[in-house]
Ligand binder design. Structure first.
Ligand code: HEC
Ligand code: HEC
Length: 599
């Protein structure tokens, strides 16, 4: 059966080979340098041989064609200046060796961004057309054509064409999990897929192009390129991604909070953070976010007045994230702080209660930073407790409600100023990344390599080892099915209705572009999706996952190793698993754990 499939379709044969092996396919470079289509099945060809006399015209293709079969049809993708069409690059009569390189990229993956920032070498090659397809934006939302402009600045040199491909069509090629980017090399005369690979190393695309061109021209293959390995392990691309993880770090500016970097605001914020009297039930932020535990609580799910349904995340580096909460239902740190205060299960307080408390305990500190407090002593105008939805609140004058909400949001802004000071300390990993090789043990360095080979830095990158994008990765939550935790998809309505967005009335800078513009819901892929968390402070932040279902780092890494293998699904897993988890052999688990422990 395999032989017949092989004759019919090399891609199908590969699918079968992989299924038979029952192990996920490894990134080609890690397996063998030449895992492209021309390896074991090089002489299997469709009826798209080059027409020697060249009577064909562009757009005339023979045979049944599909991405999976390795014979690309005349696909086209939307670009900012009209469609980017393979028809326009199909040149049946071109001299042998003219190739089209298509790269499938996302703005959330470190390796995609590395290759984009190193496009110049590829573009400089002769007889190569480079087409870049962007599947997703930095939040892992399907790429919208009008957002393509935002990727242009990431290039060192522009390719021949840029288009959006929200369905990640080339993903059909990568069986067993997609480690981005996906790269295909086509013969421009036939649109035959000559080579394909995922997660290429620095120089590997150029090498594949040279080898393909030599083969098409019937010349001898140039000597394969030998990548230089740093610390005997890391190709240049990986080393540069790793250097960026260890780079000195400070949170980016927070323009929606004019007091974000104000020392007095941070001092007030720290006191508010620790003040249990902001809540009638005596719960403080610090009840759950405990400093000695890197601002976590060692519980499966947080407990205030009652248990909540999610695990308490660390606040170390939280100021660096584009979104707050596991589902990103707050877009600023100051707006985030308002949630737990009014949440029934957490602090069960209200903005009126907090405003009165500020007026009695911190009037001078508050007014020195934010200006005069409203006349809260007037009990007729300002009841003791109340928040939107309560009768007492709704009975208040609009201007008085606004004045109280302003005090409340200023409390959030002071807390943000404090939280901005909570950044990770540079440790052994960071010293290693800056070139001090002895800072990590050999086992930890091997683990770091396994971390790359396991596809982890696609999502866990930058100094916080997090891309802040949203993925359904089969980690169980609280509840099952429709009653289960739906994650990001359910955050849309909260965000859209929020009066405390970065673009809203209480923001100090409403000019930042709104990522919700043009949307009326998050797409289905956001069901069961949660934000990639930082991997800093991991040693203190067990248990892990959005619902704290993993007690140890080892169990998290086992999850990643086995997630693609056949298993009985956990009913608490919501959504369709993201295709970018690639899985790996159990042999690498211990090594990756050793590395994570060194972070
Ligand atoms: C009952 C325990 C509890 C209390 C009290 C609490 N938190 Fe949290 N905190 C959590 C949990 C649980 C989450 C995750 C909730 C979610 O994602 O839905 C969280 C999330 C956060 C986040 C987002 C971090 C991230 O990476 O997404 C920040 C910041 C934060 N809390 C700050 C605060 C502040 C400030 C206060 C006080 C105003 C506070 N918390 C009170 C348990 C608590
Ligand atoms: C496609 C993106 C993606 C990839 C690839 C990925 N992760 Fe994650 N990681 C996430 C998301 C999203 C979560 C949170 C998911 C949840 O709780 O539902 C997470 C959670 C974690 C956590 C738990 C952290 C905490 O504080 O709870 C660890 C540890 C972790 N990942 C390590 C890894 C390792 C090791 C790899 C490689 C084997 C990896 N990740 C690959 C996106 C990714």
């Amino acid at each position: 059966m395999l032989a017949r499939a092989m004759r019919r379709s090399p891609m199908l044969a590969l699918v079968l080979l992989v299924l038979l092996a029952c192990e996920p396919m490894r990134a080609p470079m890690d397996a063998t340098v030449d895992a492209g289509l021309d390896a074991p099945v090089a002489d299997v060809r469709f009826d798209t041989r080059v027409d020697a006399g060249c009577t064909r015209v562009p757009g005339e293709l023979v045979g049944e064609r599909s991405i999976e079969s390795g014979e690309l049809p005349l696909l086209s993708w939307p670009g900012t200046e009209g469609a980017v069409a393979l028809r326009d690059h199909h040149e049946p009569c071109a001299p042998a060796g003219r190739v089209i390189v298509i790269r499938e990229l996302t703005a959330w993956s470190a390796q995609s961004l590395w290759h984009v920032a190193h496009t110049a070498a590829l573009v400089a090659m002769d007889d190569v057309v480079v087409i870049d397809l962007w599947a997703a934006d930095e939040d892992a939302m399907p790429m919208r054509t009008e957002r393509l402009d935002s990727v242009v600045a990431r290039y060192d040199e522009l390719p021949d064409a840029i288009a959006s491909d929200p369905d990640e069509q080339l993903g059909a090629i990568a069986i067993g999990g997609i480690a981005l980017p996906i790269v295909v090399v086509l013969d421009a005369r036939t649109l035959h897929l000559e080579r394909w690979f995922t997660d290429p190393r620095a120089g590997e695309i150029e090498d594949a192009v040279r080898a393909t061109q030599a083969r098409l021209r019937e010349q001898t293959r140039p000597p394969p390129f030998e990548p230089e390995l740093l610390d005997g392990r890391f190709t240049r691309d990986r080393w540069e991604i790793l250097e960026a993880m260890g780079a000195p770090y400070a949170p980016p500016p927070s323009s929606s909070n004019a007091h974000a970097d104000d020392v007095a605001a941070a001092a007030l914020g720290e006191r508010l953070f620790e003040d249990a009297s902001l809540s009638p039930s005596e719960v403080a932020c610090s009840s759950c976010h405990q400093e000695p535990r890197s601002f976590t609580d060692a519980r499966v799910v947080g407990r205030g007045v009652e248990d909540v349904t999610r695990n308490t995340p660390t606040l170390i580096d939280a100021a660096g994230s584009r979104w707050q909460f596991w589902d990103g239902r707050a877009d600023t740190l100051w707006a985030q702080a308002l949630g737990p205060i009014e949440n029934e299960r957490e602090m069960a307080s209200s903005r009126l209660f907090v405003a009165h408390r500020v007026a009695s305990a911190y009037p001078a500190d508050y007014e020195a930073i934010f200006g005069a407090l409203p006349p809260l002593a007037d009990g007729a105008r300002f009841p003791a407790e109340g928040a939107p939805g309560d009768a007492a609140w709704e009975a208040m004058r609009v201007a008085d409600r606004d004045a109280v909400t302003r005090v409340f949001t200023n409390v959030g802004k002071a807390i943000e100023a404090y939280e901005r000071t909570l950044v990770h300390t540079r440790g052994r990993f960071d010293r290693y990344a800056s070139g001090e090789l002895d800072a990590l043990s050999v086992a930890e360095r091997d683990g770091l390599l396994a971390f790359f080979q396991g596809g982890c830095p696609q999502c866990h990158w930058g100094p916080r080892l997090a891309n802040d994008a949203f993925f359904a990765i089969d980690m169980p939550g609280v509840g099952e099915g429709a009653l289960g935790d739906q994650g990001r998809i359910a955050a849309f309505d909260t965000l859209a209705a929020s009066e405390t967005r970065a673009q809203g009335a209480y923001s100090d800078d409403r000019t930042t572009p709104d990522p919700l513009d043009g949307l009326d819901a998050f797409p289905e892929r956001m069901r069961g999706a949660f934000r990639t968390p930082t991997l800093r402070a991991l040693g203190d932040s067990a248990p892990y996952g959005h619902a704290g279902t993993f007690m140890t780092l080892r169990s998290v890494v086992e999850h990643y190793a086995r997630v693609r293998r056949p298993h009985t699904p956990d009913p608490r897993v919501i959504g369709v698993r993201d295709p970018h988890l690639i899985g790996f052999e159990d042999g690498r688990i211990a090594s990756i754990v050793a590395f994570l422990e060194a972070l």
